[in-house]
Design a protein around this ligand. Structure first.
Ligand code: FES
Length: 109
């Protein structure tokens, strides 16, 4: 399997996130400046997608990723759930890299 182009960095507003349908399933990519953090779009609570609406993943302060189903909050940096029914669990990390302003999903994780 080869790496997969997701988007340009500029297509993810800073302190926001975007969702992608990939060969590895649904993936959410959050941006902090020039850094990106990617997770499988599946809440550890009951295993469903985090978002109701396309690309709406952040809570109002844009500090945490939000599960719209029952309000779980996840740290952007490591996917750890700090509040909600799955407190102490984490989103599953996906490996991404940014090269020349393009965000790539790496194979096999
Ligand atoms: S499914 Fe995410 S908090 Fe319940």
């Amino acid at each position: 399997m080869s790496r997969e182009r997701l988007c340009t960095l500029a297509e993810i507003p800073d302190h926001d996130a975007r969702g992608f349908r990939t060969s590895q399933g649904e993936v959410v990519v959050a941006r902090r400046g020039t850094e990106v953090f990617a997770y499988q779009n599946r809440c550890p609570h009951i295993g469903i997608c985090l978002n109701f609406q396309p690309d709406v993943f952040m809570e109002l302060t844009q500090r945490y990723l939000l599960c719209s189903n029952h309000g779980a909050l996840f740290r952007v940096e490591d996917g750890y759930c700090v509040h909600g029914p799955c407190s102490g669990q984490s989103l599953r990390r996906k490996d991404v890299v940014t090269e020349n302003g393009v965000v790539w999903l790496l194979p096999g994780n």
